[in-house]
Design a protein around this ligand. Structure first.
Ligand code: ATP
Ligand code: MG
Length: 328
């Protein structure tokens, strides 16, 4: 069977370089390795408070970014999660096969709810992994490319699928995550001990930032004591993060990136990283602007929703039948 690849991003904020490296950078390569489903996880974006206008604008931006990254609608399917009602329908079923104890152990839930009052934590934030499992299951996805922070949710999906199949027979495809060897967790430039995140912008490089601003952010990134450009995440988290960014964008190993800067000072090294980021993002931003102007994403999303619904509804029917719902 050809690979079925599914991956998504939440339109919760402006996309970061972390999102780019996790999902967008590899898109052209993946398009030739299987049947691709890329989605805008707008239902997931509701799990923390968000203004309607912001959600709308973020969703449009995200669609344009996928296209700017090289998504070819003839080869891959791009859609909005909320356009395919099977996501919500399967979610209503799957919530019965994941347990409170499991959900309360999820790191993302613990991190995102840590600063909130219990009375303000929505049920959707807690139940997030149920919807994510439903997203994956609907497309019979066997490959799910993610950053490191989402591994736990894909593992939970595997548990759910095994549990379901043990009870009902071989109904669901068991997914596996695919995480980059280098760049699975891009860190904040101002605090390299925390992840770069779009909903908690601190030391982020945004894909829409002015190129001059990006240069400035990289030149003033927190570095470490000493003067050697060396990959040592424990003692040199700042330099290691910049080396990782460089290696990812140049498609090289950390060792090769390290070798290139053996005799460099921090300043020269940072300049090289800034050049690499600008070189990557300049043409990307130009394509993005053009797509926004022509609204090319509108037709793509419309056709994408139709294609995705067809596939998702077949799986939904299969599940409904297996568990004893009568249906049409
Ligand atoms: P939020 O703060 O809203 O959770 P996010 O930046 O974490 O935003 P998501 O929409 O949660 O982005 O994740 C989209 C994809 O990007 C996922 O595959 C996730 O693992 C990946 N990702 C997110 N942040 C990073 C990062 N700093 N480094 C590498 N991958 C990342
Ligand atoms: Mg996240």
């Amino acid at each position: 069977m050809a690979n079925r690849i599914l991956t998504g991003i939440k339109p919760t904020g402006q996309l970061t370089l972390g999102n780019y490296i996790a999902v967008l950078k590899n898109l052209p390569k993946l398009m030739n390795q299987g049947d691709l489903f890329y989605f805008i996880a707008d239902l997931h974006a509701l799990t923390l408070p968000i203004e309607p206008n912001v959600l709308r604008q973020n969703s449009i931006d995200l669609a344009a970014f996928y296209l700017a990254a090289g998504l070819d609608p003839k080869k891959a399917t791009l859609f909005l999660q909320s356009d395919v009602s099977a996501h919500a329908e399967l979610n209503a079923i799957m919530q019965n096969y994941l347990y409170m104890g499991e959900l309360s152990r999820m790191t993302q839930f613990k991190d995102k709810s840590a600063k909130m009052k219990e009375s303000a934590i929505g049920l959707g934030l807690f139940a997030y992994p149920v919807l994510m499992a439903s997203d994956i299951i609907l497309y019979d996805a066997n490959v799910v490319p993610v950053g490191e922070d989402q591994i736990q949710h894909v593992e939970l999906t595997r548990d759910l699928v095994n549990r379901f199949n043990n009870r009902y027979g071989d109904v669901l495809v068991i997914p596996k995550y695919e995480v980059r060897k280098v760049g699975a967790r891009i860190m904040s430039l101002s605090d390299p001990t925390v992840k770069m995140s779009k909903s908690d912008p601190k030391g982020d490089i945004f894909l829409k930032d002015d190129l001059a601003v990006i240069r400035k952010k990289i030149m003033s990134a927190v570095t470490d004591s000493g003067s050697e450009v060396k990959f040592d995440p424990e003692n040199k988290p700042g330099i290691s993060n910049l080396l990782t960014i460089y290696a990812c964008l140049k498609d090289m190993s950390i060792e090769d990136a390290e070798k290139q800067f053996v005799n460099s000072r921090y300043g020269d090294f940072k300049k090289a990283v800034a050049d690499a980021v600008v070189e990557e993002l300049e043409p990307f931003q130009n394509r993005y602007k053009q797509i926004i102007e022509t609204k090319a994403y509108e037709q793509v999303l419309k056709e994408g929703a139709e294609k995705a619904s067809k596939v998702a509804n077949v799986t939904l029917k299969r599940v409904q039948k297996a568990i004893g719902l009568l249906g049409k």
